[in-house]
Design a protein around this ligand. Structure first.
Ligand code: SF4
Length: 478
């Protein structure tokens, strides 16, 4: 079976028994916890769309590794078309969910590993690529969701991993034997770790010889022994537990911290172990893929934000006001610039020696820098158009109160032909899309910090070419 239905996906998560904590309590059944289920529902859309006639041909394709039709979220790009399709899919899913659907980081890991395992094997005669392809086939055949365990907690940022007072502040190998390795450490911001079947771990940074124990890449099931998911607090999170004022009534995002408390990994799941000079390449490839990915999903989220702005203007009776129209146009051009940049990163991609296609890293990072600033501006414009009730709308519970509910219905009315509750629902959605910390912070830090994006652009840009252009025009020789 190469494709799961949405329901089969949800049921497959029920079979896992991960160790989960949230708000100080152990969660025995994460799938049925409303906070976590809202996130799982977002990931489930990647399965749902594969079942829909309208999207099936976009989101599924034949895999050269299994010979079967697979979900593109399990296939490292085999062509420029694959790179382009993923941006298009992300845009559709971003608009469909209005939030993060959490399945992309796993694919970004598969892409990075499919390139770098080959490169390591070429240098050292190792067999990481064969192991990786076996794992890839397993992911594809079972239509699994992967989660990227990349961001270490890092301790003192001025020190390298082996210099930390507590050497576990970067995930490391603490033991090796004939059967496999044991790892210890923690990975932060693990969006969707409980929506995933597999956790795919990569190093978080370039490493030196002394950091050999930290140069490790592997995959483990989300319920591996010793792995603990601690769901992070984020703004608005208790709304889903209370079941009111959620804004986005279907989907949400949650981000656990993962603690690897001496987790055993068998050798057949280890894809790098000690090859320090490849740590920088593997995280660089992952990050560049993920920055391309963001350009699609965030353009899609802006689509939903533009829709909300237009509807709020109609509900408020301001849709014909010229400055409101201009603000909505300003939102549209930001979405299209982001999308265009990510598409360009895909069209300018190149085939790597392993056969996998890699995006243009300068364009992918330019897209991400644009996102970091412009998503905030889009949010500001949306709040500007919608109005001040985004900040302090009375709760649905107040609207249900027999004494004050009718008064609120009367005084929260906008345009006469619009039911008050529709206006209230749209205010709530605006609040969710603009002010939920889990999703909005990823506009800035998702796929690495803004400084990391700039470093990549600086490293990958052909500055000599640009200087030659300027010298020729100025008539300077040499
Ligand atoms: Fe995918 Fe990342 Fe966008 Fe979430 S934020 S939908 S994981 S690209």
């Amino acid at each position: 079976m190469a494709l799961k239905t949405k329901q089969q996906y949800i049921e497959s998560l029920r079979k896992l028994k991960p160790t989960v904590y949230m708000f100080g309590e152990k969660i025995e059944n994460p799938v049925d916890n409303p906070r976590i289920f809202a996130g799982i529902s977002a990931t489930a859309t990647t399965y749902e769309l594969a079942e829909m006639d309208e999207y099936r041909d976009l989101i599924t394709t034949a895999s050269p590794f299994t010979g079967e039709v697979v979900n593109r979220f399990t296939l490292p790009a085999q062509s420029i078309e694959d790179l382009v399709m993923r941006v298009k899919i992300n845009r559709i899913l971003g608009g469909y969910t209005g939030t993060c659907f959490q399945r992309c980081t796993g694919l970004d890991c598969l892409g990075a590993l499919s390139i770098v395992t080959h490169n390591i094997d070429q240098k050292y005669g190792t067999h990481y690529r064969d192991r990786f392809i076996d794992f890839l086939r397993y992911m594809q055949t079972n239509d699994l969701a992967g989660n990227a365990g990349v961001t270490d907690v890092k301790g003192d940022r001025s020190l390298s991993p082996h210099q930390q007072e507590d050497r576990d502040l970067y995930l490391r190998v603490v033991e090796k034997n004939r059967e496999g390795i044991t790892v210890r450490g923690a990975k932060a911001h693990q969006t969707g770790s409980l929506s995933s079947h597999e956790i795919i771990v990569l190093p978080t940074r370039a490493l030196r010889k002394e950091d050999e124990a930290y140069a490790v890449a592997f995959a483990i099931p989300a319920d591996a022994k010793g792995l603990i998911h601690i769901v992070g607090r984020s703004s608005l999170d208790t709304r889903e537990l209370e079941g009111v004022d959620c804004g986005n009534v279907r989907y949400s995002k949650y981000c656990p911290t993962l603690i690897f408390n001496d987790v055993f990994v068998p050798w057949d799941r280890v894809f790098m172990c000690g090859e320090v000079e490849f740590a920088g390449e593997i995280v660089g490839r992952f990050s560049a893929y993920h920055r391309q990915s963001h350009g699609g999903c965030k353009a899609g989220k802006i689509d939903a934000m533009i829709g909300a702005a237009q509807i709020m203007a109609e509900y408020n009776g301001t849709s014909k006001v010229s400055h409101i129209k201009e603000k909505i146009i300003d939102m549209i051009h930001r979405a299209e610039t982001l999308y265009g940049c990510s598409l360009a990163a895909s069209y300018e991609g190149k085939k790597e020696p392993s056969g996998t296609y890699f995006i243009d890293p300068v364009l992918a990072n330019a897209s991400k820098i644009h996102e970091g600033k412009e998503m905030a501006e889009v949010g500001r414009l949306l709040v500007d158009v919608a109005g001040g009730f985004v900040a302090d709308l009375p709760s649905d519970k107040d609207l249900e109160n027999s004494e004050i509910g009718p008064l609120l219905q009367k005084y929260l009315k906008g345009a006469a032909d619009v039911p008050t509750m529709n206006r209230i629902k749209m205010f709530r959605l605006v609040e969710k899309m603009v002010l939920e910390s889990a999703d909005t912070i990823s506009d800035i830090h998702g796929g690495g910090s803004a400084a990391a994006h700039r470093i990549t652009i600086s490293r990958e840009s052909d500055m000599e070419y640009k200087k030659r252009c300027a010298k020729r025009l100025a008539g300077i020789e040499g």
